[in-house]
Design a protein around this ligand. Structure first.
Ligand SMILES: N[C@@H](CCC(=O)N[C@@H](CSC=O)C(=O)NCC(=O)O)C(=O)O
Length: 276
């Protein structure tokens, strides 16, 4: 891994690294915040998954997470949202292709050869982080919008892998909303039954681990009614007794101003689980 940016931040360091991904078949950038506590030994790792149009930069420059990660002694890893490079397929529009990997393993061409963000985030990236940084193997995951969907789905698909999961404004039912229908149709093909394995609202029914879901959602979010619909996940959880806390936050929209307002709560929530 090669460090390409480094900034002192709250007694620790906010760095950006680039590395070759064998899973994605391209070079990737990833942001890593190391809290001051790494001087005393390995720290647990909290993975952040960003939303549509984002790179590894949005979270580290807008969320204000470093202060809380420093206080709690947690490493935060924020990868890019899709494979990158001239030979990676792309599409018109911000909601498919580069910047819109949806954290799935694509099965359809022209996507299948590079778009394997599930395997990258769940397997390849933690192996790299744990081999190259003072990181323990305790992991948690959170994210925003498309990345909130990613956090929920990756935690539900991989029982035992994460100590905790949370999301801001997640796409909870991608099989039933326009952003998800477009992306899953392209990446996985026309057979809608295959999409269900990538939909948190479908996955809670058969989850073998009842990991509590924490969700913050602004009630002034411009995407709430058409794309997010968190009530679908609440209903699915209630049907099977899966623990969920949906916090509707009055007046907040879909932006990083919302995320920054509650990021401390989420980092403390994960720190409790990671240290428990
Ligand atoms: N450009 C689009 C909307 C893009 C957008 O709002 N992206 C969000 C995530 S949406 C779901 O995944 C985001 O995080 N943007 C980056 C940022 O720094 O705010 C449009 O204009 O409608």
């Amino acid at each position: 891994m090669e460090r390409i940016e480094s900034y002192a931040s709250f007694g620790g360091h906010q760095d950006v690294w680039k590395h070759r991904s064998e899973v994605l078949g391209c070079e990737m950038k990833v942001a890593v915040y190391l809290p001051p506590a790494v001087a005393d030994g390995p720290c647990p790792v909290l993975y952040w998954l960003s939303g549509l149009t984002c790179t590894e930069q949005n979270f580290i420059t807008k969320a204000g997470a470093q202060r809380y990660a420093a206080e709690e002694g947690v490493i935060i890893v924020a990868p890019d949202t899709s494979p990158r490079g001239d030979d990676v397929a792309d599409a018109e529009g911000y909601d498919l292709g580069k910047g819109a990997g949806f954290y799935v393993n694509a099965t359809e061409e022209p996507w299948a050869s590079h778009y394997r963000m599930h395997d990258y985030v769940v397997n390849e990236l933690p192996a790299l982080i744990e081999a190259n940084f003072p990181a323990s193997s305790k992991r948690a995951i959170f994210g925003h919008s498309m990345g909130g969907h990613g956090a929920l789905v990756l935690a539900l698909r991989n029982p035992g892998r994460y100590a905790s999961v949370s999301a801001f404004s997640p796409i909870v039912a991608p099989t039933r909303v326009p952003w998800g229908e477009k992306a899953l149709g392209a990446y996985l093909g026309d057979e809608r039954d295959a999409w269900k394995a990538w939909d948190a609202t479908e996955l809670v029914a058969t989850a073998t681990e009842r990991l509590p879901l924490l969700i913050d959602q602004g009630d002034a979010d411009q995407f709430l009614a058409e794309q997010l619909q968190p009530e679908r996940l609440v209903r699915a959880c209630e049907e099977v007794g899966h623990p969920i806390e949906l916090r509707m936050q009055a007046g907040y929209d879909h932006s990083y101003y919302f995320i920054a307002s509650f990021i401390g709560d989420h980092i403390r929530h994960h720190a409790r689980a990671l240290k428990g």
